[in-house]
Ligand binder design. Structure first.
Ligand SMILES: [Zn+2]
Ligand SMILES: [Zn+2]
Ligand SMILES: [Zn+2]
Ligand SMILES: [Zn+2]
Ligand SMILES: [Zn+2]
Length: 251
């Protein structure tokens, strides 16, 4: 079992096994020996099981994803159609939701999925993922993150209304309304237009998107604020000031 993915070279050219966190002499022979060492193989299998939600159950192995015990070879179960199928299902659920769930990857993850926005650990099974995505807590957390990336704010002094800076419209403060609004063609088109305009122009809209009272983008090149809408940004980017050659570049 020779897997080279864990062999890393640090800045000084020293070789290390990232999985075992152990230094190795820099020769292909030593690397080969390390990859075949018992301790390395043991950790490798342990991680493979964590990544696939498989646990030892006495002499048997238990796959949480497939909800079965099996005695066959670990890799052949992982490669099996049914196991691949559930894995795909979970991954597509997570992706559709916005990829806020982190599937277990390291041994230290102990086979649990981490929800980054709820900061909660859940079992790596398709049922618990489905259940978690439906909870009000998760949906609320997702709505808040969505707001953050979409320039949507609560209106000061009101719990009932939200304001979308991008589209300049009021929205009712319901999770469903937020989800619906950010998926609307008009909203994403408006946001994409702005993002495309400022690409490579060293114009920053982070504060505009996250600070309720900021209505301007910041141009790092000109050290000035620009009203954050398509017309003004376009005018600024095509304008004299923004297109002036930097002194250090001109001969
Ligand atoms: Zn190793
Ligand atoms: Zn399985
Ligand atoms: Zn969550
Ligand atoms: Zn909008
Ligand atoms: Zn500028």
């Amino acid at each position: 079992m020779a897997y080279y993915e864990d062999i890393v070279y640090d800045v000084n050219g020293k070789v290390k096994c990232g999985l075992c966190n152990a230094g190795i002499i820099n020769s292909s022979h030593s690397i080969e020996i390390h990859l075949n060492e018992k301790t390395h193989k043991h950790l490798y299998i342990k991680r493979l099981m964590v990544q696939n939600s498989i646990w030892l159950n006495g002499s048997q192995k238990h796959c949480v994803l497939c909800n079965i015990n099996f005695e066959t070879n670990l890799q052949s179960h992982i490669d099996s159609f049914s196991h691949q199928n559930v894995t795909k299902k979970v991954k597509s659920l997570v992706e559709k939701d916005g990829s806020w769930l982190e599937l277990p990857h390291f041994i230290s993850d102990k086979g649990a999925i981490h929800c980054l926005i709820c900061n909660k650990f859940i079992e790596y099974s398709s049922q618990s993922v489905e259940d978690h995505l439906k909870t009000t807590h998760h949906r609320r957390a997702r709505a808040i993150v969505l707001q953050h990336y979409n320039g949507i704010f609560s209106i000061e002094g009101s719990n009932e209304d939200l304001w979308c800076k991008i589209c300049r419209v009021c929205l009712d403060n319901y999770i469903e309304v937020i989800f619906e609004h950010v998926e609307k063609k008009e909203h994403s088109r408006n946001l994409q237009k702005i993002k495309r305009l400022i690409e490579g122009q060293s114009i920053d809209i982070e504060t505009f998107l996250t600070d309720p009272i900021e209505d301007k983008a910041y141009c790092n090149k000109c050290d000035t604020k620009v009203s954050c809408n398509v017309d003004n940004l376009e005018r600024h980017i095509k304008g004299k000031m923004h297109n002036k050659e930097e002194k250090s570049n001109s001969n």
